[in-house]
Structures are given as structure tokens and as C-alpha cells.
Ligand binder design. Structure first.
Ligand code: JHZ
Ligand code: SAH
Ligand code: ZN
Length: 404
């Protein structure tokens, strides 16, 4: 039994993935005794949140050498540009307004506000990516956001019209401090808009590789609504997104200041119909995860015995869960190609699979390509259409193991 980070009730795990390395610890050389941490997940019946039982210290994950750069996906650039335009229009933002983003990474979202001369501030603890955002002329504080940081922002600047965050809030264990900080940071009519991988998509697509050390929570509309209420805030609007394999965008305001949109009630109904509030749904999820593992391992072993060349495409954070949970070694998968320069010539966390520059991918002439960035499959399959036609096949494992 563990204690829920949100509501302090006790909850138990439904799946144990075993010991895992830090998901984004791409290493310049193979190290003996790589540090590993237990990774198991549980469901809290009280507040309906799904969470990791243990998470490594955030300073071990987010630092001056953080491997993930937001701007590597052209689709995500368009997505965040659309989000900015939508917020500017709906909240009628102008050069008197103030926007704060929690976890701005390389500035992929805030650059859109900067271009429109709207005052903004990013909070980004990983100094290397914060530096890239700063080089774009964006104002960034390199700290971990929490309630104290929120209070300091209101003192040094002022309250915010809009606080934004994407793929960050589910990374932060001190979740109550985040929400009490938001309560203090937004103006009376201000809003907090954030988006995260959506639990219902993860369960229906069996995308268990969304579970890794950084993702301490898997949110649903039910659990976010509970969290908001606990902090005298209110979830007023939700909107599904196709990004990262299915995400939810949540809009939160001060309590009793806004009308709650039907989308919130509708989505909670759907979550209940899908059993997200029931423990047995998670036990069912566990069974499906085990099936995917055994099918993928069998497939890779069969291809190896037939001397087929299989390579990995995109050294995602998610791949660390898949590779280590399935016990995939560099003998089965000799290389992963990736477009991020700071991942070139490194070794994958745990399994030590070499990561090579994407520019070498086509020359490698694989028979099969295991797609780790399945969430960007539309963008990637379009880009590789011509290359893959030549008697090559993709291997995907979401929502099930398939050869296409
Ligand atoms: P991608 C990260 O997850 C970590 P990851 C984090 N925890 C999170 O929640 C999401 O982002 C937001 C490569 N790639 O976006 C580049 C190609 O090689 O699925 C990157 O290394 N070719 C914050 O890491 C990796 O994929 C391509 O054409 O699972 C990015 O993976 C494309 C599009 C990507 O995020
Ligand atoms: N918003 C971007 C970045 C996601 S990566 C996108 O959607 O692509 C997650 C980011 O959250 C990392 O850059 C990490 O450094 C940052 N982060 C982690 N904990 C944080 C915290 N407590 N406060 C602010 N940012 C945090
Ligand atoms: Zn709880």
C-alpha cells in the first residue's frame, strides 16, 4: 500500500514493471551499474488518479543535460502555434497581458506570444533547453515550478491572465503545491490551461509505454476535476487532442467564476462508461500489457532467427519502458536512429542500444523498422513513404503488435 499524492488515501499497485533506468538518460558511454529505480503503477479509488508508486528525484531527470527537445516535431510546432492563436483570441490578450508557461522547454509555445509582443515568462528547470528558449528572446526562470515560485512571480511581476503548460504537470510529484500555486498565480478571471497524455487513450490503446519515470501521474477528467476542487478551483472546459497518442486539454478557473461547459460532464460520463473509476479496468489493462510484451518479444526473436535486420526509429522516452520491460537487447535491435543531435552517438538507457543520427537510417537498409515514436506516425510514415515501399515493413505495438 502507498499513500496517494493527491488525496492522501492509501492505494495499491496494479502493475510492476521492475527496475527501470532514468527514461531520458542517454549515455555517452556504456556504464556499469547504471542507476535503476523501481517502477510500478497504482490506481487510487478515492480521487481516481493513476500514479507511480515511486519516482526518482526530479533533479535526476531534469537538469543541464535534458535530452528531449520539443521542437523536433514539426507537427507539435503547428499544434502549439494553433494553441497560442486560440488563447490570444479567446482571452483577448494584448500587450498589457501576462502569460506564464510551466515547462517551456525550448520555447516552442512561448515564441508564438513573443512574436505577438505579449509579455510572457517561462519556468524551465532543465538549463540546456531553457538556454535555447532564452536564445529566442524569451524570458525564462530556470527553476522547478511550485507554490513558492508562483508567489515570487506575483511579487516580481504580477498575476497572470493565462498560465499554460503542456506535457509537464503530469511530471510533477508535488501536485498539491502546483495547484495551490496556480490558485495564487491567476487573476480573478484568469485561466490555467494544460494538456497531458489522456488516461482513457492510454487504456484503450494499451499504450503502456507512456508510463515511465517522468510521468508520475496519468490524468483523467475525473481526477483533474477532483484536484481543482480541492484547491478552490474549477475544471470548466475539456478538449481532446490527437497529440502524443491522445491527450486532453484542461481549462481551469477560480471556483464559481465561470459556467462549467458540457464537455466536462460528457467526458466524465464517458470515463465512467469506460470503467476508469473501477479497479478491475486496471487489472484488465495489466493483462493486455503482458500480451503485447510476449507477442513483441516472440516476433523479434523470430525475425532474428530468420536473419532479418530490425532497426529502431526514434529514441523516445517511451522506448525506455518498452525496451527494458520487454528485455530487448542490442543483439535483437542493434541500433536506433533519431533526429535529435544531443542523442547522437549515445547509448540507450538500460539496454545500451547505440543511437545513431537519422541521416544514417536510409543507408542501413533494414528489413523491419520498429517505430518507437508511434505518436508521430502520421508525420513519420508520410516522410518515409518512398523508403518503406522498397520491401520494408514497420513494426508497431500500439494498440497491438502489428507488421505494416
Ligand atoms: P516523442 C517526451 O516524450 C518526454 P518522448 C516528455 N516526458 C513527454 O511527455 C513528451 O515528450 C512531451 C525523435 N523523432 O515526441 C526525436 C525522430 O527521430 O514521442 C526525439 O528523440 N524522427 C516530456 O521522448 C523523439 O523522437 C521524427 O520524425 O516519448 C521524440 O519523441 C520525429 C517526429 C521524432 O517524445
Ligand atoms: N511543454 C513542452 C515540454 C515538455 S518536456 C512540450 O510539450 O513539448 C517536460 C518539461 O517539463 C521539461 O523540459 C522539464 O524540464 C520540465 N519540468 C519538469 N518539472 C518541472 C517543474 N516542476 N516546473 C517546470 N517545468 C518542469
Ligand atoms: Zn487519491
Amino acid at each position: 500500500m502507498s499513500i496517494c499524492r493527491v488525496c492522501k488515501n492509501s492505494f495499491k499497485e496494479f502493475i510492476d514493471f521492475g527496475m527501470m533506468p532514468i527514461a531520458n538518460s542517454f549515455k555517452s558511454k556504456i556504464v556499469d551499474n547504471e542507476e535503476k529505480f523501481p517502477m510500478s503503477v497504482g490506481f487510487c479509488k478515492e480521487c481516481k488518479i493513476v500514479q507511480l508508486l515511486h519516482q526518482p528525484d526530479p533533479k535526476k531527470m531534469f537538469h543541464e543535460n535534458y535530452a528531449f527537445l520539443s521542437s523536433t516535431s514539426s507537427y507539435m510546432k503547428e499544434h502549439f502555434s494553433r494553441l497560442a492563436s486560440q488563447v490570444i483570441e479567446e482571452k483577448k490578450l494584448n500587450n498589457q497581458s501576462f502569460v506564464v508557461e510551466i515547462g517551456c522547454n525550448d520555447g516552442i509555445l512561448l515564441e508564438n506570444f513573443k512574436n505577438k509582443k505579449i509579455k510572457s515568462l517561462g519556468i524551465e528547470p532543465s538549463q540546456n533547453v531553457a538556454k535555447i528558449a532564452k536564445s529566442k528572446g524569451i524570458n525564462v526562470i530556470s527553476e522547478f515550478f511550485n507554490e513558492n515560485v508562483a508567489i515570487n512571480i506575483t511579487k516580481e511581476f504580477h498575476k497572470a491572465d493565462v498560465v499554460l503548460s503542456a506535457n509537464v504537470i503530469c511530471h510533477i510529484p508535488e501536485i498539491n503545491s502546483i495547484f495551490s500555486g496556480i490558485k495564487k498565480l491567476i487573476k480573478n478571471d484568469g485561466v490555467f490551461i494544460f494538456e497531458e497524455p489522456y488516461l482513457l487513450d492510454i487504456i484503450t490503446k494499451n499504450s503502456f509505454d507512456q508510463i515511465y519515470d517522468e510521468h508520475v501521474f496519468l490524468f483523467s477528467v475525473m481526477s483533474v476535476s477532483f484536484l481543482a476542487n480541492k484547491h478552490d478551483l474549477e475544471l470548466i472546459f475539456v478538449e481532446h487532442q490527437i497529440t502524443h497518442g491522445g491527450s486532453m486539454r484542461y481549462t481551469i478557473g477560480h471556483k464559481n467564476k465561470n459556467k462549467i461547459d458540457q464537455s466536462v460532464f460528457r467526458q466524465i460520463d464517458l470515463e465512467k462508461k469506460s470503467g476508469l473509476h473501477l479497479e478491475k479496468s486496471y487489472l484488465n489493462f495489466e493483462e493486455k500489457i503482458k500480451t503485447i510484451k510476449s507477442e513483441l518479444v516472440n516476433l523479434l526473436n523470430t525475425l532474428k532467427s530468420k536473419n532479418k535486420k530490425v532497426v529502431g526509429y526514434a529514441a523516445t522516452s517511451k522506448s525506455t519502458t518498452l525496451i527494458n520491460y520487454c528485455g530487448i537487447t542490442s543483439e535483437i535491435l542493434p541500433v536506433i536512429y533519431d533526429t535529435t543531435p544531443n542523442k547522437y552517438n549515445t547509448f540507450s538507457p538500460g539496454a545500451n542500444i547505440p543511437i545513431r543520427p537519422y541521416s544514417e537510417f536510409h543507408d542501413s537498409k533494414p528489413d523491419y523498422v520498429l517505430l518507437f515514436a508511434w505518436n508521430h506516425s502520421k508525420e513519420i510514415m508520410l516522410k518515409e513513404e518512398g523508403f518503406m515501399k522498397k520491401n520494408r515493413k514497420w513494426i508497431t505495438y500500439v494498440p497491438e503488435v502489428r507488421i505494416n
